[in-house]
Design a protein around this ligand. Sequence first.
Ligand SMILES: NC(=O)c1ccc[n+]([C@@H]2O[C@H](COP(=O)([O-])OP(=O)(O)OC[C@H]3O[C@@H](n4cnc5c(N)ncnc54)[C@H](O)[C@@H]3O)[C@@H](O)[C@H]2O)c1
Length: 260
Amino acid sequence: MSRTSVITGAASGIGKATKELLEDRGERVIGVDLHDAEVVADLSTADGRSAMVDAVRDASGGTIDAVYAVAGLALPAPATVAVNFFGTLATLDGLRPLLAGSDAPRALLVSSMAALMASDDELVALLAAGDEPAALARAEVLAKEPAATGGLIYASTKLALSRWVRRHAATDAWAGAGIPLNAVSPGIIATPMTADLIDTEEERESLLKLVPMPLNGIAEPIVVARLLAWLNSPENTHLCGQVIYVDGGSDVVLRGDSVW
Ligand SMILES: NC(=O)c1ccc[n+]([C@@H]2O[C@H](COP(=O)([O-])OP(=O)(O)OC[C@H]3O[C@@H](n4cnc5c(N)ncnc54)[C@H](O)[C@@H]3O)[C@@H](O)[C@H]2O)c1
């Protein structure tokens, strides 16, 4: 029987490419986004998150097969904390009960190789503690100096997401319920999120110095979509809590022998 998947961030970039790929394969996709989606919802707010869960429950009839938590922001602003971390967790935790009726339930989130970059210890700790008001307040402070500390916000949310997957994938809620839960960390992908950063050859070269991609360079979103689709397919029976880098080699270049 055809699978029903939920993809957040489905209106653009990686989420859109994943939606198109799954639909081409005959799957049903319930897209979630701020616009141009089956479920229009704002994942930066508590109301938006619970409205999203209600709308997905209604649209699906109460059972879904896979969750793709892809939506994200890369702004040096508190909204990035709200969407990337708390919106993602609300998506996974909120939709998990709907996976119970599937015979091959799967879930994933999109982190980033930016998790390997400098981050803010205080913000990462607040995210791990699940304290949204305090995390937003810390991000507000970091955002006051966009050039010096603003970039720490995005990296902190992605580091916290990767750790969250490691800490939760093997628990009763996920592995114990037969749900593989994993993360994918892309390198530089050509989407609207990065368009301003990779407009010219000079910009591309200077970004690739920070994020080296010796294998085939900057990627198109379909490259990530194919990996996401496999991870959330019935073929994936045993990947549990993995953070998979689809990054043209930046993790290897930056971390070398450090496999953990
Ligand atoms: N593009 C890259 O180089 C890259 C690299 C690593 C990780 N990522 C991650 O991949 C994911 C997708 O990014 P992308 O490059 O496709 O970006 P994108 O900007 O093309 O798409 C992101 C989507 O998320 C949606 N979104 C943002 N805020 C939202 C909110 N409050 N509620 C609901 N939806 C919201 C946007 O409307 C948009 O459609 C993000 O989590 C991003 O951090 C991207």
